[in-house]
Design a protein around this ligand. Structure first.
Ligand code: FMN
Length: 315
């Protein structure tokens, strides 16, 4: 069938997965339960290493391997002071895929390449996409500003075709993809897969606090906002007391350091403690479309069945 053919992309071959869907690395959210469930369901599960130490990451990697023998990945945040040791753990533990965020991974690329790790940097501009291709990336995740978490400037709709035209390695789209229509749409834009974050936040296997899941499920289309534009570190999350205070302080011209105090540990507070008033409830604009908790297998099957149908019938 045409739809099924369209969904078997270079990304499936490169990553040895059934469906071209990657679960976004999400700080505090994407740990071994979620990553293993997504990989078992035929996508690529990712462990987010955020600010974790190398030993925590090693432990998470080993736990994923206990739960699945399918491929998975680790997301490394390059601003993490432990990044060099985490980069080493990825090699030692033979992690098949690494996605990189918050910085330039060039200094680790040579060693990862030599170890056979598939390298997929997250980019939000054509310039960075080209640079990562030149450095030897195997594929790219191009993330539009509809996404939850740290974001760039361009929308997924505008960013994907421009990056697809600028590079010859496969591009995976991220930001605002929550169902099969979104998956089909980014394939039409030239992407060879989708990275999905917000929808997996509410998966059964996600360890996120129930308050957080309920908040995402009840979110309306206009419920997300962006803090940190004034500091050059924009973050998308759902509106609450914390974002209101943050935006007020930004308007008053407060410094990066003062603003940071407000968000220090705030994602953990929301994800682990369920404080959705003062914590950071990171989620994308697509939260308004997400209406229930489902297993990763159900999410994956629903998205791919719908994408096949849409590609075949054109709607
Ligand atoms: C709660 C949350 C935490 C995130 N943390 C990270 C992270 O640590 N590293 C990263 O590269 N991206 C992070 N992201 C972005 C996701 O990996 C993914 O690209 C994004 O969620 C895709 O857009 P969507 O939310 O519209 O599906 C995060 C997103 C969310 C919602």
């Amino acid at each position: 069938m045409e739809g099924q053919k369209a969904l078997h992309t270079e990304i499936c071959d490169l990553l040895h997965i059934k469906y071209p869907i990657i679960q976004g690395g999400m700080a505090w959210v994407a740990e071994h339960h979620l990553a293993a469930a997504v990989s078992e369901a035929g996508g690529l599960g990712i462990i987010a290493s955020a600010s974790a130490t190398a030993e925590i990451v090693r432990n998470e990697v080993r736990k994923v391997k206990e739960l699945t023998d399918k491929p998975f990945g680790v997301n490394i945040m390059l601003l993490n002071p432990h990044a060099p040791e985490v980069a080493q753990v990825i090699i030692e533990e033979k992690v098949p895929v690494v996605t990189t965020g918050a910085g330039n991974p060039e200094k680790f690329l040579k060693d990862w390449k030599a170890a056979g790790v598939t390298i997929i940097p997250v980019v939000a501009s054509v310039a960075l996409a080209k640079r990562m291709e030149r450095s030897g990336a195997d594929a790219l995740i191009a993330e539009g500003c509809e996404a939850g978490g740290h974001i760039g400037e361009l929308t997924t709709m505008a960013l994907i075709p421009q990056i697809v035209d600028a590079v010859s390695i496969p591009v995976i789209a991220a930001g605002g993809i929550g169902d099969g229509r979104g998956l089909a749409a980014v394939i039409m834009l030239g992407a060879r897969g989708a990275q999905v974050g917000t929808r997996f936040v509410v998966a059964n296997e996600s360890i996120v606090h129930d308050n957080y899941k309920k908040r995402v499920i009840s979110a309306k289309d206009i419920d997300s906002t962006v803090t940190g534009r004034s500091t050059g570190h924009p973050v998308r999350s759902l509106r609450n007391n914390m974002t209101r205070n943050y935006l007020k302080l930004e308007e008053e011209g407060k410094s990066f350091e003062e603003l940071e105090l407000l968000t220090l540990g705030s994602l953990r507070r929301a994800v682990v403690e369920g404080d959705i008033t003062e914590g950071s409830v990171m989620a994308g604009q697509i939260a308004g479309l997400i209406s229930r908790e489902q297993s990763c297998k159900e999410i994956m099957e629903e998205m791919t069945d719908e994408a096949c149908r849409v590609i075949q019938k054109g709607w």
